[in-house]
Design a protein around this ligand. Structure first.
Ligand SMILES: *Cc1c(COP(=O)(O)O)cnc(C)c1O
Length: 402
């Protein structure tokens, strides 16, 4: 909220790539008295979310739910499956991949980092080549970020699986879907992922505070001999307790009401429709960016993110000055450039509970912000997005008129 005004009318436009706006329906669902987490009502809620969340990860196996931010689930994935000194192959797709790698170092693992220019997803060919060289099978896991939230580039996780299989390498595959789950198609079982990491506050439309590990059989087997120290994050007690719908320690009860509602909402819309909606808003955004004459940071169209678009500023112009102007005048929050992209890019989030008019409002905020902040650009970005969304809307209405 602009600090110089007592009240700003209307909804704030939270257009960062997470946390995302929480739908009213979810806010109402969590507005409940806290219940006994060892009582029968809780068991029903527990079963509902523990079963329901599997359909979002597309897995038949267990999904562990932690009361933590996504960073906790990163740690859980590593400490449950690996031992001190284990080699881990990671790809430097951006800021989040770099943080996960730094965590691996702090935990006593030996990550190897395949460098990139932060403008594309991971290259399955490079992963395959490194695994083929690893004759001693010293690499115990390959970790990738499905949607790199700092750059707006997607890694094709199914192709990474095929690369590992072509190299006939036994390494585990772990994927971070914190900013893609519920926004971009993801298939834990079909793609043969061993551990998938998720978080609540992005595509799932929930407040921050829950994180997830979807655990495959191979990862579960690895967890039986993994030697990294763990207690709070241990899968064993969680999964044992979850079998009856309960948790070994106090769960975030009201967040679980919210999660149950979010899962229902995603299925009411239909996951494929949810993904198509994200694709449409991403394409509308890219058309606006091109019409402004600005550059999309992701240079590989096949890696374009449907969760967010990172936009490169013209040389000599500061992305944070633009963000500040847009916030002060139009009450819109845009994502900042992270680490080496600071000042150079801003990010438009188009994930979560977004409709055509939300994204057009957001793009209008950016276009007016560019003008007010004196950033050289062409007008007509919003028009280009409108033209695209109008053409997409031709045909049967998505919602009946009566
Ligand atoms: C947001 C995010 C994280 C970090 O999650 P926190 O909830 O902030 O701990 C990690 N990875 C990706 C890809 C993210 O988008």
């Amino acid at each position: 909220m602009p600090q110089n005004s007592a009240r700003t009318a209307g909804r704030h436009f939270l257009q960062i790539p997470g946390p995302t706006p929480v739908p009213d329906r979810i806010l109402r669902a969590m507005d409940m008295p806290v219940i006994d987490h060892r009582g029968p009502d809780f068991g029903r809620l527990g079963r509902r979310v523990l079963d329901g969340i599997k359909t979002i990860f597309k897995t038949a196996g267990p999904v562990v739910i932690y009361p933590s931010s996504g960073t906790g689930a990163w740690e859980a994935a590593l400490v449950n499956t690996l031992s001190p000194g284990d080699r881990v192959l990671m790809v430097e797709t951006g800021h989040f991949a770099t943080l996960w790698k730094s965590m691996a170092v702090k935990l006593g693992l030996q990550p190897e980092f395949i460098a990139t220019d932060w403008r594309a997803g991971a290259d399955p060919g490079a992963i395959e080549a490194r695994l083929r060289e690893d004759k001693g099978r010293d690499i115990k896991a390959v970790c990738v970020v499905h949607n790199e939230t700092s750059t707006g580039c997607v890694t094709l996780v199914g192709e990474v699986r095929r690369a590992i299989d072509r190299a006939s390498h036994p390494a585990l595959l772990m994927a971070d879907t914190i900013s893609s789950l519920g926004s971009i198609d993801y298939r834990h079982d079909e793609w043969g992922v061993d551990v998938t990491v998720g978080g609540s506050q992005k595509g799932l439309m929930l407040p921050p505070g829950l994180s997830f590990n979807a655990v495959g059989d191979k990862a579960m087997n690895a967890s039986r001999s993994a030697k990294l120290p763990k207690s709070f994050w241990g899968w064993d007690e969680m999964i044992a307790s979850n079998k009856t719908g309960f948790f070994p320690y106090t769960p975030a009860t009201n967040m679980l009401y919210a999660l149950a509602e979010a899962i229902d909402m995603l299925h009411e819309e239909g996951l494929d429709n949810v993904f198509a909606r994200h694709d449409r808003h991403a394409e509308a955004t890219r058309r606006a960016v091109r019409a402004w004459g600005l550059e999309i940071l992701c240079r590989e169209p096949k890696h374009y993110s449907s969760s967010l678009t990172a936009v490169t500023m013209p040389p000599g112009h500061d992305a944070d000055a633009l963000r500040k102007t847009a916030l002060a005048h139009f009450d819109i929050s845009l994502g900042t450039g992270l680490s080496k992209l600071a000042g150079k890019v801003f990010r438009i989030g188009h994930l979560g509970d977004t409709n055509d008019l939300t994204i057009l409002g957001a793009l209008a905020g950016v276009e007016m912000g560019l003008k007010l902040a004196g950033v050289p650009h062409k007008s007509g970005g919003v028009q280009a997005a409108m033209d695209y969304l109008t053409a997409q809307a031709a045909g049967p209405a998505r919602k009946a008129a009566e």
